[in-house]
Design a protein around this ligand. Sequence first.
Ligand code: ZN
Length: 242
Amino acid sequence: MIFAVISDIHANLEALEAVLEDLRSQHIDTVYCLGDVVGYGCDPTRCLELVVEHCDIRLMGNHEYYALGLISNDYLSPVARQSAAWTQEHLTEEDIETISNFEMEAHLADIHLVHASPFEPESWRYILATQEAQRAFDCMQGTICFYGHSHLPMIFSCSTEGEIRHQVGHDFQPSDDKRYLVNVGSVGQPRDNDPKACYALFDADARTVTYRRVAYDIEKTQQKMKAAGVPELLVERLTVGQ
Ligand code: ZN
């Protein structure tokens, strides 16, 4: 079985459509979505519809939490707060219903899926360094945990002796004697200096993880965002993948 893991779509319809098109060529059995379908971009409703249509597991991200009013926007940057308010104004009742059915975590055989971290998933912590990875390895179930949230494709491995290693996201074959944290990157707002949409594939039989980068019509997305009154910074960052 081959499954795709997508995350952090951020209401970027063109990026999501390009990824779904790419998936058609990859002989995927199923698609799982790790959350942040909404926020930042200007097409939340259509993105939610496509995620419901194509993804068998749909997890909650922090931007879904903002949309549902489950956490305060107070600590957000002014731009992020403006974006969260824009999203709340534009979501339909059906969108809210869809989002409220998203799950916090999912477990499939030896695979753990979560938006931010397996420890305190509702606190939306980032796993960026060894210290957080250690907490994540202590809490994760199974041998591979796929996550998102930072928009940075990266991999942490933990040996049976407890040694943790950290690398940028790359294709690899998980070793039987290690456990892994795999950040699948972001479909709709990459931040690793590559503006192409990012997601990951896992072949459960061959035991391989593959990262895919997919070009999409960034200018079209940016024009729509500008017309919708989304903050300029969020529009510009798509050009450079930052
Ligand atoms: Zn995100």
